[in-house]
Design a protein around this ligand. Sequence first.
Ligand code: 6GU
Length: 265
Amino acid sequence: MRIDVVSIFPEYLAPLELSLIGKARQDGILQLNVHDLRSFTTDKHRTVDDTPYGGGAGMVMKPEPWAQALEAVSQGGASKPVLIVPSPAGERFTQALAYELAEEQQLVFACGRYEGIDERVIDWAREHFTVRPVSLGDYVLNGGEVAVLAMVEAIGRLLPGVVGNPESLIEESHSDGLLEYPVYTKPSSWREHEVPAVLLSGNHGKIAQWRRHEQFRRTVERRPDLMDTFDAGQLSRADRNALAELGYDVVGGRLRKRPEGGPQG
Ligand code: 6GU
């Protein structure tokens, strides 16, 4: 996969030289280039921003340096590259979107700063790219760079050969719509806190069942919103019993929360 990142702070992307993503670049699995937007300006002051039409606070990124940068990085491969525009006004970045983007030949990230990029860049870019404004969540960052660090790591680790043991991709939070179960290592007794006895039992069926129950318990407690969209169509009897204990019944392939104090079905 090829990834190009355009930013006025290319140094912000330096952590992408470290750890698994840095290794993937060295191994040639990931071809990642960071570009300084200012190198695509033509004026003496290397201006990238100007005041907003219509008035208001802050500055807006000028269109022409962006057009020059995006033309320079677009590869002209078999498929249109995907242009990801990090923005709190974008669609949510999810594990599902990370899997989708990991299939692309080329991703280009356009890091906006200030109040954003002149909207005409987004419209113009649709001729050359599949454009996707993407948000990490409902909070505001000063610019797209930190969001790109998160997205490139989430996407890059899904490329074949980046994560050593592909099994670690299967059993992790969000890959099956639930949060991950808790994990423990030695010693079995530590500062008067014990590892759950079932994990020391050697009974792998019971361990799998316990872990599944913990996934449900955690998801109910921390992310009840995920319970509403969870696909409950193929659950085992043991799963349904665990969920009943947590106050959820399966109705029409979905989970339905039983009213407080209501009877267990
Ligand atoms: Cl992707 N960009 C910016 N600037 N702020 C954000 C964000 C992205 N996601 C959440 N907040």
